[in-house]
Design a protein around this ligand. Sequence first.
Ligand SMILES: *Cc1c(COP(=O)(O)O)cnc(C)c1O
Length: 467
Amino acid sequence: MSENGKILEIIADLMPEALRGVDRLQSRWDAYSIDESLAVPDAQARDVLGRLVDRLKENYPFWHPSYAGQMLKPPHYIASLAYFLAQQINPNNHALDGGPATAKMEVEAVAELAGMFGYGSWLGHLTSSGTIANLEALWVARSLHPDKAIAFSSESHYTHRRMCEVIGAATVEIPVDRAGRMDLDALREELGKGSIGTVVMTTGTTALGAVDPIDSALELRREFDFRIHVDAAYGGFYRLLAEDDRWLDATSAAAFRAIAETDSIVVDPHKHGLQPYGCGSVIFRDPSVGRFYKHDSPYTYFTSDELHLGEISLECSRAGAAAAALWATLQCFPLQAEAGLGPVLRKTRQAALDWADLIEGTPGLRLVLEPELDILAFYSVGEGKNVSGISRLTHRIFAELMNDPDHPLYLAKLNLKPGMLRARDDLVWDARTVTVFRSVLMKPEHLAYVPRLHARLIEQLKNLGGV
Ligand SMILES: *Cc1c(COP(=O)(O)O)cnc(C)c1O
């Protein structure tokens, strides 16, 4: 049995009792017959499920530590079980009446998220994704400052620009410094023009995992009047490791701690919160922004106690099962540094630090940046310092590793422009961009696997003359 098979066994073990529980709660009502139009013959069901599993072969092994490419991993089995069980009832968290139990779970889970970021008062809810969560935050930003622009960095998620188009908001792109963080001198200059209402800051950029200096941006608020929205879709849960400087750089830790003073935040439990897809969240520090949402009752007060999820969400139908899954997961993995989710993130962070050390210690290999979270970018100059050659090597090694018939290994690739390659100005820019490796080490199992990832990389590089 594969290592992952052990998890499937745990699921098979826990499932019967839980299903009996669902049956008990469903049998409180009068007996009735499931309509015959819904029946599927057993043989057909088995056949279809068998073919489905067969078709799922056409995937990369997202659950396995040899997959160290994009931000992908399966949910925790507690989340999967909770989702499946709640789905037997299929509550809809668009309104209290659509799912009273899961609406309460959603409020409790979002309270935990708000507490993690240090928001005292708050208004927030789960969303189907980080994109929708950001859309909602930007929509509120535009509602508060209809005549002002929304600023984001050139390394921010590509959906900010798109969503600003959707809501018809003017945008300003702020350049980044060599660490991939928003350049605050450039921001100050733009703020000086008086046209910016909200600045989007990212804690964990998608490409490089860079953390924008929120603490320093807060100081700018003494001079200029603007809101800060934090896009922590990927990195938000790293707030758990930011109480001191043991796990994160002092600058990133300070940025995470400063989130408490910002105006809104987006975090994706379906990234680092062990959830299946369909679970983002948006939280506002000022509950009175609830006034911008169309709601049924003019007498509703938007405080955390009187939150009506259906009235404060841009989306209508939302899976109550997603709230159940997050709630159940947080029961097992509380948002703490020393227990629960914290130790999981410490391992993913350590995996990145370990691999960064190995890369720095290998002649011919270079890091693009010291990792701030658990995302690494690196390249080989073994074939020379022309960026066209570096890109060629990246493409070839990427393919060789992935197509290895015995021990395939999956990385991702990233295109960078000049300026993002630290103080390494010795590269010869014979092309407009350079393609480097990118690796997201978001599974705790990556920690033990890093030496193998590195050994396989080195082996391929040697084969192709890259070190
Ligand atoms: C993933 C991500 C998003 C988009 O979130 P989805 O859940 O994929 O829609 C936005 N911003 C950042 C920083 C991200 O990492």
